[in-house]
Design a protein around this ligand. Sequence first.
Ligand SMILES: Nc1ncnc2c1ncn2[C@@H]1O[C@H](COP(=O)(O)OP(=O)(O)OP(=O)(O)O)[C@@H](O)[C@H]1O
Ligand SMILES: [Mg+2]
Length: 416
Amino acid sequence: MIACGLDFGTSNSAIGIKRDDVVTLVPLEDDKTLIPSAVFFDYETNGQVLFGTDAISAYVGQTEGRLMRALKSILGSPLIDEETSLGSRKVPLTTVVELFVRHLKQKAEAVAGREITSIVHGRPVRFVDGDSQADARAQDVLEAVARRVGFRNVRFVYEPIAAAHHYEQTVSREELVLIADIGGGTSDFSIVRIGPQRRDRTDRTDDVLATAGARVGGTDFDTALSLAAVMPLLGFGTQLVKKNLPMPNALYYELATWSTINFAYTYKNERDLAELALDAREPEKVGRFLKVIRERLGHRLAFAAEEAKIALSGVDRAEVSLAFLEDGLVASTKRAGFERAIAAKTDRLYRTASDCISAAGLSGDTIDTIFLTGGSSRMPAVRSAIARAAPSARLATGSDFLSVALGLTQLAGRTA
Ligand SMILES: Nc1ncnc2c1ncn2[C@@H]1O[C@H](COP(=O)(O)OP(=O)(O)OP(=O)(O)O)[C@@H](O)[C@H]1O
Ligand SMILES: [Mg+2]
């Protein structure tokens, strides 16, 4: 029996195989088992498709083409039915997801030495907030993709349940755990009873006391940082003279959001911006914005914002070079200002964690451990927001980027 576990993440993905009860993560880039969820269509080679780090390097190296990231964020929205322009042709966004999943499947099969048709596929507790139809549709899209690439037996498992299974392998006594998986697109919680005596039971339904999720993640923190520190250098918040209004916000939001960057690249936007620049009180800033649209530099800005965000997890202030846009241009960021800009979002994490505990019929002081996982759980403001939901709990961490994939693969081949 051979089956695989797939963690298709907003920012990063991993796939594992389970054979004869042995779990192995598949090397995806040299010996690395984690790959950025990125696809690049190279126009220079007439549509060669690159994945992961290669995709990002080609884009950053200014190869003519199109970079796609954060596709998971639009699975539950009407945008997933859109196509992306690749030079003279158009490709449905679902096809981009399919190419990426097929790439991972082929890597897994190369290691397994045979076809794999059975998969445990991760999913967030909520792809979309407050719209269960859209949420169900997002899973349907992923299931259809999985079937198109050749998986016949497809089972979905909540990502924070998978992380709980992974964490359970490391404990030596029974615990009541709040799992908090704070990723790139979503934050997912579960309350699970775990322990060495429980882990081999086939039916764990009674051990899962509650799950909860919010569509808040690292990409939203990047957006917030970009709007606070980067976009003002491109004219966000500056005034128009004759119109006596601020620059329109919508385009800045579109460009500051990973999943919508490519939608900002239109001739209409170029024309509108060129016109707005003529009426701008600070035309040099709007001129930078126009350059970003013309030269397709939106993902470069997003990477710069993400880099500053990651730096602010360890230091109080960080300078981000925007030299690719203009010689010597730098955005300055401070942790305190960043944390104020994301306060509503971190508060949402606190509330979602608290609601999860209440939904389990428990109070915060009964939780033994909070297991923090996912890249965004490294942010001090995120950790303290979640810790507030169960202040007496011990904080545990481990395998921030791989716990979900490992848990999904452990569950592969099981029926429940
Ligand atoms: N040290 C750090 N500080 C802050 N954020 C970080 C750090 N390291 C990584 N991140 C962020 O973590 C996010 C990626 O985490 P992860 O790989 O867990 O997400 P994902 O699984 O792809 O997303 P999701 O599970 O939401 O679909 C990115 O937004 C990244 O910028
Ligand atoms: Mg994840």
